[in-house]
Design a binder for this molecule. Structure first.
Ligand code: AMP
Ligand code: MG
Length: 410
């Protein structure tokens, strides 16, 4: 078969196709219940309502004496009220005695207010004698947190779509809930293709290079709130690649491959995806990343990233991250760009959108001028800028928007 690219599509058309594929295949998102212990950073799939009032009883907010406020109305430093202590109530106790006029109960913060009492006077304003001397007046309700004043039964504690922060986890557990419905993490299979690739755990071998894409892509996938599964290295071999892709789509929601996407002799991906499913895009008019492939096998999305490490990660960021974050519910974390001036002039190639790696230093943007194979430039970069396809030169000082490589993962 011909190995040329299919029709090159532009970036907006690529986005349209990818968006539709995600909608068609992965909507609505799957849900699972997780224990609150494992819920940090997860995204709620449903509103969480409280099954109880909180606090569940009228609760003391200070250490002191629970009493009837009217017994203290004329109390002062010079003229204390004298009350009889009838009970000591610690946090967790159930009060046994009703507080009547002339009486009080010693109470600890967090304990249940005894029947009959409508105020607390802090222990600092009292003195223990045979009886209890109260040196300050109290108003009804003083230092009492009423039942249900924090959360009422059936109140929504945390909304669908919210990311479970320590604060939300605290409120949910306070309502006595131990399991929450969250969006299931999409499982993303990652395959590296190329005869030259070996695992980083191997010894260096002549003619071979270590597979870095599997690891950088797995981290990027995690950063989108998805679960990566590294499926290993596959040779540029039609049969081996077909088998790996068919197995990959069985156990994962999406399969991301890297390498072998071009139109060269050893580049198998297009043929394999075409023979096992459908190719939607082969070739996008952007730089880097022209040899990108998007297809479907077994009803699952197969995303073929270019092999060059810089291209692979930039294409991931531009064309996959927004959709993976949406799929995992992480969109509230948003995307940010930072507008800053360019430190020196930058040339771009006309006709294709160009994504250039940059470093930010002293509020200026420094382009990193290395080719897409240079992995060190990636490690050094703070992000990238997008240069429109009709722009050939960006002058020093012109304002550019940096898309930063940020850790989003919670
Ligand atoms: P390809 O897209 O297969 O033509 O590969 C383009 C370049 O990227 C070649 O120099 C490959 O050796 C390199 N490359 C491909 N896959 C990987 C990988 N997984 N890790 C590091 N470099 C890779
Ligand atoms: Mg290759």
């Amino acid at each position: 078969m011909g190995r040329e690219f299919l029709n090159l599509v532009d970036i907006s058309e690529a986005h349209r196709i990818i968006r539709n594929l995600f909608k068609e295949i992965y909507h609505p998102p799957r849900m699972e219940k997780v224990n609150l212990k494992n819920a940090y950073g997860r995204v709620l799939a449903q509103d969480v309502k409280s099954p109880i009032d909180l606090p569940p009883f009228n609760r003391a907010s200070r250490d002191g004496y629970a009493l009837k406020a009217e017994d203290t109305f004329h109390a002062s430093e010079d003229n204390p009220s004298t009350l009889k202590c009838i009970e000591v109530i610690e946090a967790g106790d159930i009060p046994q005695k009703k507080v009547k006029r002339g009486c009080c109960s010693r109470i600890s913060t967090g304990a249940q207010i005894p029947e009959g009492a409508d105020a607390i006077v802090m222990v600092e304003y009292t003195e223990e004698d045979d009886n209890i001397l109260i040196y300050r007046s109290a108003y009804p309700g003083q230092h009492i947190t009423p039942k249900g004043s924090d959360i009422l039964r059936n109140d929504i504690i945390a909304k669908k779509g919210s990311i479970l922060s320590p604060e939300k986890i605290g409120a949910i557990s306070a309502a006595g809930i131990s399991k929450v419905p969250v969006i299931a993490k999409p499982k993303i299979g990652i395959l590296s293709t190329g005869n030259e690739l070996i695992e980083p755990s191997n010894d260096q071998t002549p003619g071979k290079i270590f597979d870095s894409n599997s690891h950088s892509i797995a981290a990027a996938v995690k950063n989108c709130g998805c679960e990566p599964k590294i499926l290993g290295i596959v040779k540029d071999d039609y049969k081996e690649l077909s088998k790996a892709i068919r197995e990959g789509v069985l156990e994962c929601d999406i399969l991301i491959t890297s390498g072998g996407t071009s139109a060269g002799a050893g580049d198998m991906l297009r043929e394999v995806v075409q023979d096992n499913g459908e190719v939607m895009i082969h070739g996008i008019s952007i730089k880097p990343g022209k040899p990108t492939l998007i297809g479907k096998v077994d009803g699952k999305l197969v995303f073929g990233l270019p092999g060059f490490p810089v291209s692979a990660l930039i294409i991931f960021d531009v064309l996959l991250r927004p959709y993976l974050m949406e799929l995992s519910g992480k969109t509230p974390l948003g995307y940010h760009t930072i507008e800053l001036p360019l430190a020196h002039r930058l040339h771009s190639s006309k006709g294709r959108i160009h994504y250039a790696l940059v470093k930010v230093k002293n509020s200026k943007v420094y382009p990193i001028l290395k080719d897409s194979g240079a992995i060190a430039s990636l490690a050094d970069a703070d992000g990238y800028i997008k240069i429109p396809k009709n722009v050939e030169i960006l002058e020093e000082g012109s304002k550019v928007k940096v898309s930063p490589f940020l850790p989003y993962e919670c």
